[in-house]
Design a protein around this ligand. Structure first.
Ligand SMILES: NC(=O)c1ccc[n+]([C@@H]2O[C@H](COP(=O)([O-])OP(=O)(O)OC[C@H]3O[C@@H](n4cnc5c(N)ncnc54)[C@H](OP(=O)(O)O)[C@@H]3O)[C@@H](O)[C@H]2O)c1
Length: 335
């Protein structure tokens, strides 16, 4: 495993997205299996674990995923870099103020995670009713207090990043980014590169599309399966994106790698400040994704792949649209 820096915080260059162990991809595994999966990733050399207070079955309740991660890392906390996220409503901020609201969320997360500090604390979604200046100041105060080591924003555009970074330097931006979701390449990634901010792509395997393992037969009907809303995974678009998948398969054959590994190796080669966090509910695939760190593309291979990707139109697009809203139910609302 190789390592990268999130504004001074050292992490394995591929992390583990833990969300699917609690939410988003259908039936969740047993707690025992999930804990074992996290420990196997840690044993393999993965030191970066991504969770959020919101990751619970059907997005009901709070903290299911943090509790599992806390149990899995118990006794090995110092080996791991823990990233978690909060969402705050306008109502609670009106009642308690920004700092106290964030602090209360953080304390609750720390209790579930069984830790005395969090390495990286993200605002999960921007709420336009709340002041980014006050949020950045509050995060800065919590860094000074030793409660968090760094902070970040998720699903944000360049203006929000600039506004926040000027007040309290950001460690990471977590936006959707993959071979089929490249809008962050325009401004966000270049700005982050220039300012020492890491980019932590979520859904780097495009919710499974880029693994080549999703087909029109794959069942997304479970009530807690986000794939039914992923445009690239609609029946028409799985087929329409075949030229892209064929390209990835060709590289996978040449490099004796899997398609998911090529999708991850591509972004690791492309930007030195990228740390993807693929997610899987399957222990073997978690390790497969971490092993993408060993798949090295030569400059020639990368250049051709990148150039060819540019020439293949992608069918279906989500983008890193900033969502706003008071409650998580509003997350689908566009700015
Ligand atoms: N900030 C945000 O708003 C936000 C949003 C979404 C996610 N996230 C974070 O980002 C992490 C990753 O995102 P994600 O889980 O949506 O995306 P992802 O890693 O692109 O896709 C996960 C899906 O792809 C499949 N998959 C992954 N690797 C595979 C492989 N090697 N072979 C075959 N199938 C594979 C998984 O299936 P199996 O489980 O069956 O292997 C799962 O259905 C999450 O765990 C979460 O921590 C953050």
């Amino acid at each position: 495993m190789k390592y990268r820096l999130l504004n001074g915080i050292k992490v394995s260059e591929i992390g583990m997205g833990c969300m699917g162990l609690s939410h988003g991809y259908g039936q969740i595994p047993s707690e025992e299996y999930s804990i074992e999966a996290i420990r196997k990733a840690l044993d393999y050399g993965c030191t970066f674990f991504d969770t959020a207070e919101a990751y619970s079955p059907n997005m009901q309740g709070i903290g299911h995923n943090e509790i599992i991660l806390g149990k899995a890392l118990k006794g090995r906390r110092e080996e791991a870099v823990i990233a978690t996220k909060l969402h705050m409503s306008t109502e609670e901020v009106n009642e308690k103020g920004v700092y106290q609201t964030i602090r209360d969320h953080l304390m609750a997360s720390m209790e579930r995670l069984q830790v005395s500090y969090v390495d990286l604390y993200y605002l999960h979604r921007v709420n336009r009713d709340l002041s980014m200046k006050e949020i950045a100041q509050a995060m800065g105060k919590m860094i000074d207090e030793g409660l968090i080591r760094g902070w970040g924003l998720s699903q944000v555009g360049i203006d929000t990043i600039k506004e926040a970074h000027e007040i309290t330097p950001l460690s990471a931006i977590q936006n959707i980014y993959s071979m089929v979701e490249r809008s962050s390449e325009d401004e966000v990634i270049p700005y982050c590169m220039e300012h020492g901010i890491a980019v932590v792509p979520f859904s780097p395997v495009a919710s499974g599309l880029l693994s080549g393992k999703v087909s029109v037969q794959t069942d997304f009907s479970h009530s807690d399966d986000v794939r039914k809303f992923v445009p690239q995974l609609s029946n028409e678009n799985i087929d329409a994106n075949k030229p892209l998948l064929d390209l990835i398969q060709k590289y996978a054959d040449e490099k004796k790698a899997t398609m998911a590994q090529i999708a991850l190796a591509w972004m690791l080669h492309k930007y030195p400040n990228i740390v993807p966090i693929p997610g899987s509910k399957n222990q073997e695939r978690i390790l497969e994704n971490l092993k993408a760190s060993e798949v090295v593309l030569t400059k020639k291979e990368f250049d051709l792949l990148d150039k060819t990707l540019d020439s293949i139109p992608v069918q279906g697009f989500r983008g890193h649209i900033e969502f706003q809203g008071d409650t998580m139910k509003d997350w689908g609302r566009r700015k």
